[in-house]
Design a protein around this ligand. Structure first.
Ligand SMILES: [Zn+2]
Length: 113
């Protein structure tokens, strides 16, 4: 389950921020997850609670924000929404498309104490 190591990365970032920005407790974490990032949201929630234990993020609420997958079709030059990395163009059927959004995962905001 790679969500566990992804959560370790997220919690590490939060711990780093707690030192530079001087907070000792996180109440809510807003995490953006792209539709093409290959991340299981339920696994993410489960892993986050486990990894956050004994850190400033312990007991914090994880709010997941879905970021849609977006791609540009090199054939018809349109931006189209995709749900999978290997989708073809819904307009002209061209494949492959250039993915422009939805592959990333990042902390959007932290509510701290
Ligand atoms: Zn197209």
């Amino acid at each position: 389950m790679h969500e566990m190591s992804l959560c370790e990365g997220v919690v590490q970032l939060i711990e780093d921020q707690s030192r530079t920005q001087n907070f000792s407790k996180v109440k809510t974490v807003w995490l953006e997850i792209g539709a093409l990032a290959g991340v299981e949201k339920e696994a993410m929630r489960f892993s986050f609670a486990a990894v956050a234990r004994d850190t400033v993020a312990e007991g914090s609420k994880l709010e997941i924000i879905d970021v849609p997958g977006l791609a540009r079709c090199p054939a018809c030059a349109r931006d189209v929404q995709v749900s999978a990395r290997y989708d073809d163009c819904p307009d002209c059927g061209h494949y492959p498309l250039d993915i422009i959004a939805g592959e990333e995962m990042r902390i959007k905001e932290l509510e701290v104490q």
